[in-house]
Design a protein around this ligand. Structure first.
Ligand code: ZN
Length: 294
């Protein structure tokens, strides 16, 4: 039943969006002044997608001033304030959870689900050397263990397929073999179109100015934050207010039949993340990387 409701809610939400911003949290006051969710895009696993221009030559075909909010590496202590901020603005986001964190803080996983957010996957251990530096068997095992841990924390039992079959590679360090394996399992891979660089130490004010400047340049996109970061939790209320003031609209992504609208990268596209991965891991461990030019 929980799974049914989790999938039904976005559909109901989409039906009433013309009238008012959609409710993100039970009991939240969602008047016209809040940011809300403007529409829901269903992600069709059959399209075998890997999305986000910072790593892949395609992304969601968002309209001007549309954003998708995503948060990695939780649940963690700051996740509480992130969820509070999202609830106040009746906004839904997608969380990419670390399995061992879900085991440690299962109440936050169930809260994310209860408040209508997407609960995707981000490996069990978030290995320091990334999944790319592991054997394929070990990497698969870490991904499977992570999915099972999140499902158990959120739904009480591990099931054959995850409720939200979305995955983001730690450090964006994918491999062709793992991408193919995930696609075959019906899992869509998310990169990002822009990020807040919130893995760096900075004040909430600096982070807010940085992510807004990047968004104003791109005008739309899948945005990556980390709900494990206190600075992100601190800046999020002001960020959501600035989205509203700037005429931005939040799009929520859920698994579904699609067709998922996809846009190709502009000519001359190259990966933003591969040079970073190469610097981090060294060239020896990036030899298994997917081609990163069109
Ligand atoms: Zn991560």
């Amino acid at each position: 039943m929980k799974r049914f409701l989790a999938h039904l809610l976005p559909a109901l939400c989409a039906l009433v969006l013309a009238a008012a911003p959609c409710r993100a949290a039970p009991g939240a006051a969602c008047g016209p002044d809040v940011l809300g969710v403007s529409r829901v895009i269903t992600i069709n696993a059959g399209q075998r997608l890997a999305l986000g221009l910072q790593s892949y030559p395609r992304t969601l075909d968002l309209h001007d001033h549309e954003v998708v909010l995503t948060f990695d590496d939780g649940p963690a202590a700051p996740t509480v304030r992130v969820l509070d901020a999202l609830a106040r603005e009746c906004v839904r986001a997608t969380f990419f959870l670390i399995g061992r964190n879900a085991e440690a803080l299962p109440d936050l996983v169930t809260r994310e689900i209860a408040e209508g957010h997407g609960v995707g996957h981000h490996s069990y251990s978030h290995p320091g050397g990334t999944l790319r530096s592991m054997t394929e068997a070990a990497a698969r095992a870490d991904i499977e263990r992570g999915i099972a841990a999140v499902e158990r924390a959120g739904y009480g039992a591990a099931v054959a397929g995850p409720h939200t079959p979305f995955f983001r590679f730690p450090g964006f360090a994918d491999t062709p073999a793992l991408l193919g394996w995930l696609a075959g399992r019906g899992v869509t891979v998310f990169g990002s179109d822009l990020w807040a660089s919130d893995w760096r130490q900075m004040t909430p004010e600096t982070e807010l100015a940085l992510v807004m400047s990047r968004l104003e340049r791109l005008r739309k996109g899948i945005i990556l934050f980390h709900d494990s970061k206190a600075s992100t939790a601190s800046m999020l209320p002001a960020f959501l207010r600035q989205l509203k003031a700037g005429g931005y609209r939040v799009v929520h992504v859920t698994p579904g039949a699609g067709p998922t609208p996809v846009a190709g990268a502009p000519p001359g596209w190259t990966s933003t993340t591969e040079p970073i991965i190469a610097r981090t891991l060294g060239d020896a461990t990036t030899s298994g990387a997917a081609p990163r030019r069109r």
